[in-house]
Design a protein around this ligand. Structure first.
Ligand code: BGC
Length: 250
């Protein structure tokens, strides 16, 4: 069995597991630690080391890390909901040297999108699939005939004078105590705008809240087909492992 390690670094938790690359399934326990206060790179590195130890992972394991920022050539370029220390931080080389193995970084929504294309709801779908993850922020992944176009960052598209994610993320729903109808209509406005600009063939909605899609999908009014993502909480882990295992990063 060919496996790789996937780690998903988020604002509140850092999760990891070993993934069977043939099926996209976790073949280990899913390890989770809270993100250290402040989310600074050195502390995140310690948590990742701990997870690799818990997974009995050795230096030969392909290891992918997904992270909520733009990542180009192994360097994290932005920090919307994380420590500003990550801006222009050489994540791939710093983590690789400290952990004594090849480590590869990728944007979290891009990892989730790749997982959907390989093993989930975007598998075999021709044309343009836009995956949107509704969490602390809004992440986006563009898949053209299954091929990722990275770092699209649609959550920062301006809508009503602010970043779309400030009003339509799941965190905005919780922060403002919105019911699913009010929030669903906000997400719909965002989808309509994205649809107008990119004319996708399919929208996939991910993030933990997609488990409750029946509560808010009825308030969508778009011409594009909309489906929930299939991999839910493990999408980032699985996509990061797939990309690292197939040497598709950097
Ligand atoms: C970040 C993206 C990330 C998304 C979801 C946004 O604020 O800019 O890079 O994919 O949040 O975590």
């Amino acid at each position: 069995m060919t496996t790789a390690i996937g780690i998903d670094v988020g604002g509140t938790g850092i999760k990891g597991g070993r993934v069977d690359l043939a099926t996209g399934e976790l073949v280990s326990e899913r390890i989770k630690y809270p993100t250290p206060e402040g989310g600074h790179p050195g502390d995140v590195l310690d948590a990742v080391e701990q997870i690799l130890g818990d997974l009995d992972s050795g230096p030969d394991d392909h290891t992918g890390v997904c992270f909520p920022a733009v990542v180009t050539h192994g360097v994290t370029r932005s920090a919307a909901n994380v420590s500003a220390d990550w801006i222009d931080f050489p994540a791939t080389s710093t983590f690789g040297e400290s952990l004594g193995r090849d480590v590869h970084f990728v944007n979290d929504a891009d990892a989730a999108g790749v997982a959907e294309a390989q093993y989930g709801a975007a598998a075999g779908v021709p044309g343009l699939v836009i995956v949107l993850t509704l969490g602390t922020g809004i992440g986006s992944a563009f898949l053209m005939n299954g091929q990722l176009v990275p770092n699209t960052e649609l959550g920062h598209m301006e809508l009503d004078g602010v970043d779309a994610e400030k009003r339509a993320s799941n965190a905005a729903r919780e922060r403002e105590g919105l019911d699913f109808e009010t929030w669903g209509r906000r997400v719909n406005r965002f989808l309509r705008h994205v649809e107008k600009l990119f004319s996708p063939d399919l929208f996939l909605i991910g993030g933990g809240v997609s488990k409750e899609h029946e509560e808010f999908f009825p308030f969508f009014d778009v011409s594009t087909e909309v489906k929930p993502a299939a991999l839910l909480n493990n999408a980032g882990i699985v996509g990061a492992a797939y990309l690292a295992g197939n040497s598709l990063l950097d």
